[in-house]
Write a new protein. Structure first.
Length: 759
């Protein structure tokens, strides 16, 4: 039983029953990431679940890298994943494993299946395999190589391993059932040829096992008791069990599926996050706007807040979208009790206290914590003749209800004195540059001896003692709830106000000793964290979260979300008027499709408006198993060009082939749209169009380096600005190179060359 009482869910119910029946005596879970990208907050939910179950049941959780695809894996990703898990508060101790360490055993299992007549070497091309697979409404056909003898299969498989054949010449397939309604069971591939060095195994192997073959057998080899996956692997469970059954393995694990974490205003696809990084829309995987764990950590979000958030979301069987406001609320709750309060002025306005001695200063005792936080401690807060206040805290012509400083008016300075404005100084352009004020020495600490009251309290810093800082105010990366829907590319929904870098900000001197990652509440501004870019002489703070939800929803729940224009203060936003939209009810068919494939409600509604659309979607999915990617292309691209799917000159399978070409980086998303436009008229196979139009990405660095160098040579001013610190110009250079290459340059290669040439 669990070590302490925690909320139960269907997984804990299963574990409790297994322990009670004696089916298992120890709980052993695993977290199996592929080292092909950085982890994001969706992975955090799985980490908290798997490691949390092991902790609660005094068991263990393994960290196992699913490193079976050497073309996309890297030691950088493996190291980042380990750092992220430890930062979240979990540890695998000695239980660190790699699927690649099982390659010899997996090879032996494959030999065993061949000897049993349960696997065969197939020599069909990739296109032919897809053609033979059939569709949801039509059974597949047997490969002409399905009846090869055991001896011939063993010989061919051994020669595949020896490196005699080129990539794609053969695959090893399981011999199951080409008429099975579950497409996963129609003689799935087990091994493919890839003449690529492995990041851990070097050139030892040139054949690599696929995920479905590796997953369950790795669980078995590690004695995993409960293999917990997200819902998109539900259809894989039958194949997971088939391998274990056919090989006669006992004490076998079992796979269970739970709903993955989906957040609004966010994309969770590794491919899309990589695209944001490669195309320079963000500064890197750890950009504080990214949903990656590295980005959340750099922004200043405490790991405790993420764990609490995952607990609040819970473990369910049906996919849903969680409002990011819940995450922000959880972060505020966590930071409220651990962030000392200090004063910072983001848009300084100079204030001269004319009756305060010029050569005098004093120190006020200012508490770090308000009365409602049970912590003690204070710091000396210097006060002098010249101060800075927020420009927004003064209004020469104040609106109704304005309770801050006005000409002739009086306000309280936080922890200090009452001041009254006597004169407004302007420059030649009429801009307010300075206020002349007086202070009341009898109001030290903010209380008057004569009992008079003031309506407003504002923050400030002493000009002679303040520290200069850059403050980066972050907002949501996307301006719409679901960036994956609509008639445009997901990047078209990027929020142009997601980052405001504010120079010349002023902060009280107590933060001079802060170190990277230290968090503070800047009073009346929000919660802030010292960034990794900071130096002792150049402070940089990131806003972790505002003091309150500035994106609070209106009472019109169906109104489309829009990005507000830049506001005069980062915590105040004016939202544009919203127009109600007609909400189409979610039918039983839409619910079934959404739950089966993890789609959004909007996509499921669109795809089930008629049977032809749904069949087309499922046919595409039979070729390329990324339901959300297929849905995005259908909803955003295909249905934007034609209303009736029956009018298309190509099949759903061909759309699946197109999306696969984009997802595996054979072509860019822009190239994919060009291929689709051709398909709309010609009906040709996507691969043929790619070759005909010459759209394959250019990945040869020797070819691209000259083009990158030419772009840099043509923009010397921008190069100088970049080297002086304007790192956001990498997106400018990326765009110039992509245009120069007709959009065919591989973005990651271009970015690597830019780093080298600009260093």
């Amino acid at each position: 039983m669990p070590s302490d009482k925690r909320p139960s869910n269907f997984v804990t119910d299963i574990i409790d029953a297994d322990l009670a029946s004696g089916k298992h005596t120890e709980v052993v879970t695993r977290f199996p990431p592929e080292p092909n990208g950085y982890l994001h907050i969706g992975h955090a939910k799985s980490i908290c679940l798997n490691f949390g179950l092991a902790r609660d049941y005094q068991g263990r959780c393994h960290l196992r890298f699913d490193d079976t695809n050497p073309e996309k894996e890297d030691v950088e990703y493996a190291e980042s994943i380990q750092n992220d898990i430890r930062w979240l508060g979990f540890d695998w101790n000695e239980h660190l494993y790699f699927a690649s360490d099982y390659f010899d055993k997996l090879y032996d299992f494959a030999i065993q299946l061949i000897q049993m007549g349960k696997a065969y070497v197939c020599s069909l091309s990739g296109d032919e395999v897809r053609e033979y697979r059939g569709s949801l409404s039509e059974a597949g056909r047997h490969s002409p190589y399905r009846d090869r003898s055991v001896e011939e299969n063993l010989d061919l498989f051994g020669r595949m391993r020896a490196g005699e054949f080129e990539d794609g010449a053969h695959v090893l397939r399981a011999k199951i059932d080409m008429a099975n309604p579950n497409m996963k069971m129609r003689d799935p591939p087990l091994y493919r040829i890839r003449h690529v060095d492995h990041w851990r195994q070097g050139d030892k192997w040139c054949i690599y096992p696929l995920y479905d073959f590796t997953h369950g057998l790795s669980d078995y080899l590690e004695n995993i008791s409960h293999s917990i996956c997200t819902l998109e692997f539900e259809n894989n469970r039958e194949l997971y069990d088939w391998f274990l059954d056919e090989l006669g393995l006992t004490n076998r694990p079992h796979q269970y599926e739970f709903a993955r974490l989906n957040l609004n205003y966010t994309v969770m696809s590794k491919r899309k996050l990589l695209e944001l990084v490669r195309d320079g829309h963000v500064s890197g995987w750890d950009d504080p706007r990214m949903p990656t764990i590295a980005g959340l950590r750099r922004r200043g979000i405490p790991p405790e807040a993420i764990r609490t958030f995952c607990d609040k979301v819970g473990v369910a069987k049906n996919n849903s979208v969680v409002d990011v406001a819940l995450l922000e609320h959880t972060i505020r709750d966590e930071l409220n009790t651990r962030s000392p309060r200090v004063l910072a002025v983001l848009r300084p306005l100079r204030v001269v206290l004319e009756n305060y001695p010029e050569d005098q200063s004093e120190e006020l005792d200012a508490p770090y914590w308000p009365h409602d936080v049970p912590k003690e401690g204070s710091r000396p807060l210097p006060f002098s003749r010249v101060l800075y206040i927020e420009a927004d805290d003064f209004a020469e012509d104040p609106p109704d209800g304005f309770k801050r400083l006005v000409p002739g008016g009086e306000v309280r300075l936080r922890h200090a004195y009452f001041i009254r404005c006597s004169e407004v100084i302007k420059d030649d352009a009429g801009n307010i540059v300075e206020l002349r004020c007086t202070y009341d020495p009898d109001t030290r600490g903010g209380k008057s001896s004569d009992g008079r009251k003031v309506k407003g309290t504002i923050h400030w810093v002493s000009a002679d003692h303040a520290l200069d800082a850059e403050i980066r105010v972050y907002d949501r990366l996307f301006g719409v709830e679901n960036p994956n829907t609509g008639d445009t590319d997901f990047k078209d929904h990027l929020n142009p106000n997601s980052l405001t870098a504010m120079q010349g900000c002023k902060i009280e001197p107590s933060v001079a000793t802060a170190t990277t990652g230290d968090r503070f509440q800047f009073e009346r501004q929000g919660y802030f964290c010292l960034d990794t870019d900071a130096t002792p002489n150049a402070l940089v703070f990131n806003r972790v979260v505002a003091l309150r939800d500035s994106w609070a929803k209106t009472t019109d729940k169906t109104a489309p979300k829009a990005v507000a224009p830049a506001a005069t203060a980062p915590t105040e936003r004016e939202r544009p008027a919203k127009k109600p939209k007609t909400e189409v009810p979610e039918t039983a068919e839409a619910i079934a499709l959404r739950e089966a494939h993890g789609l959004t409600s909007d996509d499921a509604r669109v795809l089930t408006q008629d049977a032809t659309r749904q069949a087309f979607f499922l046919a595409a999915l039979s070729v390329h198993n990324d339901a959300q990617a297929i849905a995005n292309w259908m909803v955003n691209e295909v249905l934007g060009r034609v209303d009736d799917i029956s009018d298309l000159p190509f099949t759903g399978e061909k759309l699946g082939e197109l999306v696969a070409l984009v997802d595996d980086d054979t072509i860019t998303s822009t190239g994919g749209k060009a291929v689709l436009a051709d398909m709309m008229t010609s009906g040709d196979a996507p691969a043929d169009i790619v070759d005909r139009k010459g759209l394959r990405q250019v990945t040869d660095s020797s070819v691209l380096e000259g083009q990158v160098a030419e772009v840099l040579a043509n923009h010397p001013d921008e190069v100088a600005r970049y080297q002086a610190g304007a790192k956001n110009l990498v997106g400018f250079f990326m765009g110039k190179v992509m245009r120069a290459t007709g959009g065919k340059a591989n973005a990651q290669t271009v970015q690597e060359i830019l780093r080298k040439l600009l260093s």
